[in-house]
Design a protein around this ligand. Structure first.
Ligand code: NDP
Ligand code: 13P
Ligand code: ZN
Length: 346
């Protein structure tokens, strides 16, 4: 049996901080809620969401620092100690992933209230969590509802919207890697999930000029792509349609660089290189990233070229079970340097 779980409600619009109450009421989520936010997203929207809920629910709040197992455990302790019925995550990808995994482990629902359009974990069923050293992709359940308030998301610096484009455009190479794993290793492949994922990538390429404006329409375009990409992952039952070698490269950078860039920014640059390795039209990908103002090289990422080369050579070791264009042996230093130089990344 292949189980596909999807959000029950997706709200996209303006001034939705109060709408949370109606959604929770409609979905009969229960009386005790724990609001998760980061130190910044508390000020951006978390406090207001909390205040709106207080009228009708018993509300607890928790400030989450990062997407780690430690933070998931801390959340689980609060859920158990306070008899929490549901969670709401107000924040970026890290906060949403902590809520996703903690709610899954506790067997309670959670609402995703994104404050940025920088990643496609907004509606997906898998959580990317750091354990010991590396990021692992853990199966969980998708949010019961997604509440995307365009006004809130627009408060984020433009850089985050461009990063969202990087995370979506990476679907082009992720799907190629998935197909490769299907053909070479007999891995399960869903044509439907792959098509949905590719559609999101094609839409951002087509709408790059609108996205560049950084207005509300731009936010809507990117958010829809991110949600569709998350749904594609839920249909696939894994992050395969949206995470291939370009994501392994980004996870490797997170491990080795003193100051990583945003997830979507690193994935976008990774896509240029892995598209080159796949023999895809990498220049079109680079042009789109340039058009939307996302980084396309080491300098713009603020990362030393030496880390780029190292990340490319160790990426295949991060999730060895995830077969990609990097193969089992990975890239040699020479091949990594050549690919990065040809594509203008270093
Ligand atoms: N599960 C999945 O399917 C997926 C998961 N991911 C994961 O998501 C994470 C990346 O998410 P991303 O959102 O890029 O990064 P983070 O969630 O790490 O957030 C980065 C920073 O942005 C801040 N921030 C959030 N919203 C705003 C805003 N409106 N204005 C200003 N600053 C803001 C955060 O504040 P604060 O300090 O308050 O948190 C934080 O300091 C990675 O861990 C990645 O692995 C990515 C794609 C898919
Ligand atoms: O970031 C993702 C898709 O954009 C999924 O994350 P993983 O690489 O952790 O599976
Ligand atoms: Zn991603």
């Amino acid at each position: 049996m292949h189980l596909m779980q999807l959000p029950r409600e997706v709200l996209l619009g303006e001034n939705l901080k109060g709408e949370v109450v109606n959604v929770a009421r409609r979905l009969k989520l229960g009386r005790r809620v724990l609001v998760l936010y980061g130190s910044k997203t508390r000020e951006i929207a978390g406090k207001d969401v909390e205040k709106n809920l207080r009228g009708e629910f018993k509300v607890g709040a928790l400030t989450v620092k990062e997407a780690s197992m430690e933070e998931v455990k801390r959340t689980l302790d609060r859920i158990r100690d306070e008899g929490i019925d549901w969670l709401i995550a107000v924040g970026g990808g890290s906060i949403i992933d902590v809520a996703k995994l903690a709610s899954f482990k506790a067997g309670i629902p959670f609402i995703s209230f994104p404050t940025t359009a920088s990643h496609d974990g907004i509606a997906s069923a898998n959580a990317s969590i750091k354990d010991i050293e590396t990021k692992t992709s853990i199966k969980a359940v998708p949010p019961v509802a997604v509440i995307a308030d365009v006004k809130v998301i627009k408060t984020a610096p433009y850089r985050y919207l461009a990063a969202g484009v990087g995370d979506i455009i990476s679907n082009l190479t992720a799907v190629k890697d998935w197909l490769l794993a299907h053909r070479l290793r007999g891995e399960y492949y869903s044509e439907y999930a792959a098509s949905l994922s590719l559609m999101s990538a094609k839409m951002v390429i087509k709408n790059a000029n609108i996205i560049r404006l950084g207005n509300e329409e731009s936010v809507r375009k990117v958010i829809k792509g991110l949600i569709s990409s998350g749904v594609a992952m839920s249909i696939a039952g894994s992050s395969r349609p949206a995470s291939g070698a370009e994501h392994l490269f980004s996870h490797a950078l997170d491990m080795i660089t003193p100051k990583p860039a945003l997830h979507g920014e690193q994935c976008g640059v990774g896509t240029i290189i892995t598209a080159y390795l796949h023999g895809l039209k990498w220049k079109t990908i680079r042009e789109t990233l340039k058009k939307v103002g996302a980084p396309t090289n080491a300098y713009e990422l603020g990362i030393d070229p030496e880390y780029i080369i190292e990340a490319l050579t160790i990426a295949h070791t991060i999730r060895p079970e995830r077969y990609t264009i990097l193969g089992k042996e990975g890239l040699t230093r020479e091949a990594a340097e050549k690919a990065a130089k040809i594509t203008g990344v270093i």
